[in-house]
Design a protein around this ligand. Sequence first.
Ligand SMILES: [Zn+2]
Length: 333
Amino acid sequence: MREVADGVFLVTVPTPFPVGPVNCYILDGHPLTLIDCGPRYPPAINELRAALDELGHDFLEVQQILLTHGHIDHAGLAGFIAAGGRDAGPENTPVYIHSEDLRRVANHQRYIRGRMQAYIDIAVRSGAPEAIVAAMKQDSLAEYFAALGESVPHAVALADGNKVSSPIGPLKVVWTPGHTRGCVCYAADEQHVLFTGDHVLLDISSNPSLDFEGPGISLLTYLDSLRRILTYDGYLVLPGHREPIQDLAKRVEELRADIEDKLDRLRDALGPAPTTMYDLSRILYGNYGLNQLVLALAETTDLARVLEQQGVARLVETEEHPGVICAMLNTKG
Ligand SMILES: [Zn+2]
């Protein structure tokens, strides 16, 4: 744990996910505040407990939990901490999350089952090989993810522009849909600090296509949300993974350029004959592993939809691959 701004302590909390540890922030003072809390995973509980202990606190003293979004690596532990660090208890510690991500935490088990089915649908619609789809259908996978979170039925919905009091002054909710539909940043204007969750990360992409859940093209919404936070250039950016970001405008420009580059590469990969999203994703991202599959497929589909909107690509289904989204160059017009 280290103090990254006045009264703001960064705790690097372990997760079992490929992304590695997640960043949680303790805002020490009144009301004792956590921004994100990690998955429901024993090493994560131990790390957070030790960090609070170092500051002279315990789980029972946490007065509010603010979630940047509903992914389990950030939110899975919220119910446990809200119950004072017990398996069951009075759930009176408020847990705040944007209204569009509320359902992710309100009924965690049901939500996970729904997402697993959605991921299988993405794989099927993209033309992924049957063996891969079969592997995704294993119940053990859904059970594994379900065990890393917990429902927070009393979670409180936030809306854009809401302010939540905190030890470092009011935290303003800045709605930045893309990474998820209810993804937010929290701006502490008095200290010039912006908590970005997974909206902007230092050296990894934010996966803006997988969990948006429509309507519209997630990637375009994400680009709008990137533009939106440029007003906070000059703030210290405290993200949900990896190191703090000192130069927000530069990082936003890099992320924008990265998306442009992927659009260029997908355009180059398109030919006059339809190609499945799965095959295009292999051209774009190479030989990625199973744990990157739905991410790669969702992003490829999003990129193709942007190219379709630009008049560059056509999305079609073919007799050879019924029910599968394919893309080809738009030679008309
Ligand atoms: Zn996330």
